[in-house]
Design a binder for this molecule. Sequence first.
Ligand code: PLP
Length: 424
Amino acid sequence: MEPALESALERDAADPLRPLRARFGIPRTKQGDPCVYLCGHSLGLMPLAARAEIAQELDDWERLAVLGHEHARRPWIPYHDALAPQVAALLGCRADEVAVMNSLTVNLHLMLASFYRPQGARRAILIEAGAFPSDRYALATHLQWHGLDPRECLIELAPRAHEDLIAEESIERLLAQRGEEVALVLWPGVQYLTGEAFDLPRIARAAHRAGALVGFDLAHSVGNLPEPLRDLEADFAVWCSYKYLNAGPGAIAGCFVHRSHFEPSRHRLAGWWGHERASRFQMPHEFQPAPGAAGFHLSNQSILSTAPLFASLALFREAGSGRLREKSVALTSFMEELLAERTPEIRSVTPRAAGARGAQLSLRLSGGPERGRRVHQWLTGHGVLCDWREPDIIRAAPAPLYNGFEDVFNFVARREEALRSTDG
Ligand SMILES: *Cc1c(COP(=O)(O)O)cnc(C)c1O
């Protein structure tokens, strides 16, 4: 057996989190072999217990119908109460700062309605050039909603020439120079394309020094980095739950509102589920927000798209964030080392320091996008699921809840094979 494979198998055997893998559904190839699944950054695998969580809600709906609001095993009206503390623990914030609701882009729009308040000369929004398209669309259309021109008011900070990554210093410098124009900074916790994890407390301090508010998109941080909101003075944050959180396609998302913004007079787009609980069903005429982030809810909880999150959060608790992160760092470094050794023509654009990345490596192959696309297609056809992002990046993320060192070995070995087969 190859020494690298032997070492991978040994590390899997010694891994205390290894048994958790059996608690997930793993896609199989046509031949029936488990795929090498490295797409947890895009859609996490299904926790097998999700089926029972959904089945319980279907049973209660069948059995109780409208009475389920109060008498379901997990009553639907206060459904959120059990969830918020668990999600808050994962994020490292207070439970009353969390609202688990809607989808990411919807939550971003809601947060922009509350926290993007252009005034006088202070009306620009700062984001990264190359932001996730949905975020950019949301920001540009908010500017237009306020009668502003995105070409003028959307500041998009790009990496320095010929670089892929943005240094926190560049953000600080820009805010020191143009801070008086900036009303809001929106920044990702982990950049979706490059896998760069930013020093968020540092960005928040720079934004606040400039007099701007700051929000974070944690789509690629939640379930990937431990407690991304700890020690962070964010004004708001948003995330989705179907990537590293494994809550299923289109699962319920979430948002964070800092406790300093709990005042009832805070601007918001309101719905009845954000109304104070005690008087909600008296159907009052005037909106009275519930205290905390709960006051930003719109609609009654989407039970079927929320239930699987309970199954996933239980696995995170079982694993423990310290052990999970330790394994994540080891898996990703193993992938980086093996790639450097065996396929030097593949370059990772993700930062090398463990503190500046999560699970994902973003890999660029020499020889141009055509070659990269061919390699990716070959891999997909051979049971290796990673993803291709235009123009020229393959993203691969070993997720420590269910991936092992053997997956990483297989990924690298198959890539070697893919290069040989597709260049022929
Ligand atoms: C995944 C992701 C989204 C997805 O938005 P949805 O509203 O969940 O479809 C948005 N922004 C970022 C940065 C993402 O990574």
